[in-house]
Structures are given as structure tokens and as C-alpha cells.
Ligand binder design. Structure first.
Ligand code: BTN
Length: 251
């Protein structure tokens, strides 16, 4: 049965509201066009079928119609633009807490993947325009089969909980969390960070940092006061603001 998103409209807090499209190549692109045309803060563009979803570094994002959520939120934050990258942590925490509310553990793979036991259940892509930010979220909810190459690293709420949680329920849970955490990128950022640190999948692990200029191995010490990843290699400790790819290599 097709998901009925109208049933949750009263559980979506202001200023958020839903714009449902049957199809979009990428909801981030639709949201960006709407933002450029003047759409106000809080519009959520959700595609029932997203055919060319994008991930970080231009990677494709795979969604299955009727089984996964693909949506993008238009924000016009009051906070200084320099703090907007923190929205990725706010969104990651919101998704992680929503996932936990359905009875499973979760972890945040800095900066913006959500894992359940080292498999990715959700990905987040934050993109900024001059006076708006787009927070794109993809989450596998009812998916049970992934294409070869993804199946080894991906999971879904159904696989992990055994329950068929309706897509609108998952969307409402994420937005309720995000309505609060989006405002923690300035004043109460330390609280946001504490909650992210509790769930950090990388802290204490030996990882390989895969960059365009080569791979480097080191230990993740944790997340620093600005949300940066603290990474210690033979060259000493570095504060990573962004990373191409990080792989845990200690098992
Ligand atoms: C990643 O894991 O690299 C980020 C994946 C982000 C996917 C979401 S799905 C909704 C929105 N639209 C897109 O094209 N991408 C994001």
C-alpha cells in the first residue's frame, strides 16, 4: 500500500511542511530550485521515487520507491553561515535518535552517515546556497534487497528491527528531532556535540583516511569542540573539518 504522508501532517512541527513529488531525479536539486525561487524556511521536498539521488563527493544514492525515504529540507538559518556545516551533525543526530526510537541502536559515522552495527542505514547531504541550506536525507526503511556492492555495507530499519515501520512514521520522527537540533548549531552546540560524541562510530578506532593525495592511517581520538574529527597519525594530531572517506581498519 502506498504511504499516506497526509496522515502525519499534524505531527510535523512548524515551520516544517511537506511537498510531495511522485518523482524527482534528486530532491536536493528540486529543493535548491525552489529555494532559489524564494521558498521559505522549513519546506520539505519528498520524492516517492528518486531516480538519480546524489551522495557526498558525487556518489550515487540508491533509493527504492515505497521502501526508503528521500527528502530535502530547505533552511534559511538565522545562525552565521560559517556554522551551517554543523547542520550535518544536527541532521545525523536527528536521524540517529529517530532510528533509536524504533528500538535499535545507532551510531554516527562522522560527519554524516548513520549506521546500525557498522552498516549504513542513512546518508545526509548538506548543500548551501547564498542564503539557504539544503539538508538532504536518505534512509532505508523497508528495503530488504540492495544491489551488489551496496548489500555488504547497507542495512534498513526492517532488516535490523524486523518491523515494517511506515515511511511517514519515520519521517515524522526525524523532523521532530531536527526541529530541535537544527537550532543547536550555535548557543547550545556543546549539548549537540555531547549527544553526537556518545554515538560516534569512529572514536577509538584505527582508521584509514582516503584522500585524493593518498591514504593515511591513524587513530580517531574523538570529536573536537567545533565538531571536527580529531585524528592522530605518525605526523601528530590533526583536526579534520572534512574527509574524503574514512574506513575503520581494526576489525
Ligand atoms: C551520502 O551518504 O553520501 C549522502 C546521501 C544523501 C542522499 C539523500 S536522498 C535525499 C537527498 N537527495 C539527494 O539527491 N541526496 C540526498
Amino acid at each position: 500500500m502506498a504511504a499516506d504522508f497526509t496522515s502525519i501532517s499534524d505531527r510535523i512541527p512548524e515551520p516544517f511542511r511537506l511537498l510531495i513529488r511522485d518523482h524527482a531525479e534528486s530532491t536536493n536539486d528540486v529543493a535548491r530550485d525552489l529555494a532559489l525561487a524564494g521558498a521559505a524556511d522549513g519546506l520539505i521536498v519528498l520524492a516517492k521515487h528518486q531516480s538519480a539521488g546524489r551522495g557526498r563527493r558525487g556518489a550515487p544514492w540508491f533509493s527504492t520507491p515505497g521502501e526508503s525515504l528521500a527528502f530535502s529540507i530547505i533552511l534559511r538559518p538565522d545562525e552565521p553561515k560559517a556554522l551551517w556545516p554543523r547542520l550535518a551533525l544536527a541532521a545525523g543526530l536527528s536521524v540517529a535518535k529517530a532510528v533509536e526510537s524504533f528500538g535499535t541502536i545507532s551510531a554516527i559515522k562522522w560527519p554524516n552517515d548513520v549506521w546500525i552495527v557498522r552498516k549504513k542505514v542513512a546518508g545526509i547531504l548538506v548543500e548551501a546556497g547564498t542564503d539557504f541550506a539544503i539538508v538532504g536525507i536518505g534512509i532505508n526503511v523497508l528495503t530488504t534487497h540492495f544491489p551488489t556492492g551496496i548489500s555488504e555495507i547497507a542495512t534498513s530499519l526492517k532488516i535490523e528491527t524486523g518491523s515494517e515501520i511506515p515511511l511517514p512514521e519515520v519521517l515524522a520522527a526525524i523532523i521532530q528531532e531536527f526541529a530541535m537540533h537544527r537550532h543547536q548549531i550555535s548557543g547550545t552546540f556543546a549539548e549537540l556535540l555531547s549527544a553526537v560524541r556518545l554515538r560516534c562510530a569512529l572514536t577509538g578506532h584505527l582508521v584509514s583516511l582516503i584522500t585524493a593525495s593518498g591514504n593515511r592511517n591513524g587513530i580517531v581520538d574523538g570529536i573536537g569542540p567545533s565538531g571536527e574529527l580529531l585524528f592522530t597519525s605518525n605526523s601528530g594530531q590533526e583536526r579534520l573539518i572534512q574527509a574524503d572517506e574514512i574506513r575503520i581498519i581494526d576489525g
